[in-house]
Design a binder for this molecule. Structure first.
Ligand code: NAD
Length: 519
């Protein structure tokens, strides 16, 4: 006889889940200004990471739909590239107003799909909004250069023209900020865009698409496709796409960089990180300890600029017990709870990975002085929670040090001198960000000059630059040579063309041509 449990075993998931799946809303594609239901048979569930509730289903976009998106963008480029730069600026001003208006709605979606606390989710939107605001200066940002009189009656000037169709592939951890690092500058420079948000939390990008529509950005200028590897492979391979912006993990970033540059595309890949904070004993103690706790455990450590390793120089290590006390004060709970400081990790697999990396540290000789494993906040027992965890006596050979943990885990290393700290940081393959806490100018200056990381904080724990600068990861944290946003962001999305023009009223007197290289 066929019992219910046997029946359940026959289907890939439980019946209650099956019910949740069949009633879950399906995330549409956004192609040529239309929200469309995908015809795919493959749907990826989006879960609330605090409860496991199924929130929506994301389509694995079909090859025909991917092609449709690419062709829509290609068609729209013909007219979008001819719009005046002031028209595109106006679109950015409108988008800015709308993102501000819908800030709370986007943030609430981030809390639902990713679990960030309300304030942190708002920060996610705000840091993206700043790029829209920067893109409002596009007439100045996209200016070329001119040199008058390179020869008699001859001038040389450069112009920056859009590339065509460009694409963005996004990670899960900043579902508003990272798409906003990409599409505003893509389209403000006159390109048309295809964005693939993370399949784990596409909701914020879907709201942004609605707002782009409302801002009057024409059909086909911004398109959204969904899914995982097959959508990414299409973007890498299609000759329609001219450039790709990627943010995400190492493995995928390198893969996309190789696959897409092989077809002649421009690629910028921002990847993983292991960021070190150096604590000097002369630093302001309260500010430093608060900074370390905020930067290690905020967003549950799921920031590429999280400070995941603290290097205590000399006597500074005496502050570790107080660091633990402060970390213990953080409330771990669903991001929707108003007093929550640390939300859940993105998936059950991420929780498992983080917990196993903690165990590997202990197995290799580290000491766990604050253990956040097995955390089950009241009312959210099924969530992917790990509470703040601190490991001391960590060494560079341990797996937990070598791998990016991407969870609320702070590793502590003690060294005698600043030179030793610099040696640890500069020997690590990653080079995203770092920070030093000190009151000594000479120490800070030596650090800024000798440390090999792209973004350096001096008494600033998460030095993510505002968009008048660029996001400048270095070494293993980046592939490609033009950074995201700022001046280099505009350079990435434009092709430079240099024109040399001769305007002379009188015709030449010679009747024989000269064949020498013009000098
Ligand atoms: P991920 O690499 O798993 O996913 C990123 C994107 O790649 C997603 O859109 C996903 O659909 C796609 N993808 C996943 N697997 C793929 C495959 N096998 N082939 C092709 N495409 C694939 O990254 P994530 O887990 O979403 O994001 C976390 C990572 O992002 C961390 O390593 C973090 O450090 C990094 N990150 C870096 C920065 C930065 O600026 N350096 C910023 C934010 C996040």
């Amino acid at each position: 006889d066929m019992s219910l449990s046997k029946l359940r075993a026959l289907v890939p998931y439980h019946l209650s889940q099956l019910r949740a799946y069949s009633s879950a809303k399906r995330v549409p594609l956004f192609i040529n200004g239309q929200f469309l239901q995908s015809q795919t048979q493959e749907w990826i569930p989006v879960h609330n990471p605090a409860t496991q509730e199924v929130l929506s289903l994301v389509p694995q976009t079909t090859p025909a739909e991917l092609q449709q998106a690419a062709e829509a963008a290609q068609k729209a480029f013909e007219s979008w590239r001819k719009t005046s730069v002031v028209t595109r600026q106006t679109a950015m001003f409108k988008l800015q107003q709308l993102v501000k208006r819908e800030m709370d709605r986007i943030a609430a979606n981030i809390t639902e799909e990713l679990g960030k606390t309300a304030a942190d989710a708002k920060g996610d939107v705000l840091r993206g909004l700043q790029v829209v605001e920067h893109a409002c200066s596009i007439p100045t940002l996209q200016m070329g250069e001119l040199c008058e009189g390179v020869a008699t009656d001859m001038d040389t000037y450069s112009i920056r023209q859009p590339l065509g169709v460009v694409a963005g592939i996004c990670p899960f951890n900043f579902p508003a900020m990272i798409p906003l690092w990409m599409f505003p500058l893509m389209i403000a420079t006159g390109n048309t865009a295809i964005i693939k948000p993370s399949e784990r939390d596409p909701g914020a990008m879907m709201i942004l698409a609605e707002l782009a529509n409302e801002a009057g950005i024409p059909p086909g200028v911004l398109n959204i496709v969904h899914g995982g590897k097959s959508a990414v492979d299409f973007i890498c391979d299609t000759p329609i796409v001219k450039a790709i912006s990627f943010v995400g993990s190492d493995k995928v970033g390198k893969y996309i960089y190789e696959r897409a540059t092989a077809t002649g595309k421009r690629v910028q890949s921002n990847m993983g990180a292991k960021n070190h904070g150096v604590i000097m004993a002369d630093a302001n103690k309260n500010a430093t300890l608060n900074s370390l706790v905020g930067a290690a455990f905020g967003a549950a450590g799921q920031r590429c600029m999280a400070l995941s390793t603290a290097i205590f120089v000399g006597e500074a290590q005496e502050w570790i017990p107080e660091l633990v006390e402060r970390a213990k004060k953080l409330k771990v709970s669903c991001g929707r709870q108003s007093d929550s400081d640390v939300g859940p990790l993105c998936t059950p697999e991420a929780k498992e990975r983080v917990e196993s990396l903690i165990q590997s540290g202990i197995d290799e000789g580290a000491t766990v002085i604050l253990d956040g494993r097995g955390c089950r906040p009241n009312g959210f027992e099924d969530g992917n929670f790990v509470a703040p965890t601190i490991l001391t006596n960590v060494t560079a050979s341990m797996k937990c040090y070598k791998e990016e943990i991407f969870g609320p885990v702070l590793l502590c290393i003690n060294v005698p001198t600043l030179d030793d700290a610099l040696h640890v940081i500069n020997s690590n393959p990653y080079g995203n960000g770092t920070a030093i806490f000190t009151n000594s100018g000479p120490v800070a200056r030596k650090f800024q000059s000798e440390v090999d990381a792209g973004q350096v904080g001096i008494n600033v724990p998460i030095p993510v630059p505002l968009p008048m600068f660029s996001f400048t990861g270095s070494r293993g944290s980046i592939r490609g040579d033009l950074n995201f946003y700022g001046k280099t962001g505009v350079q990435f999305y434009t092709q430079i063309k240099t024109i040399t023009a001769l305007w002379r009223a009188d015709d030449a007197k010679d009747v024989k041509a000269t064949v020498n290289m013009p000098t």
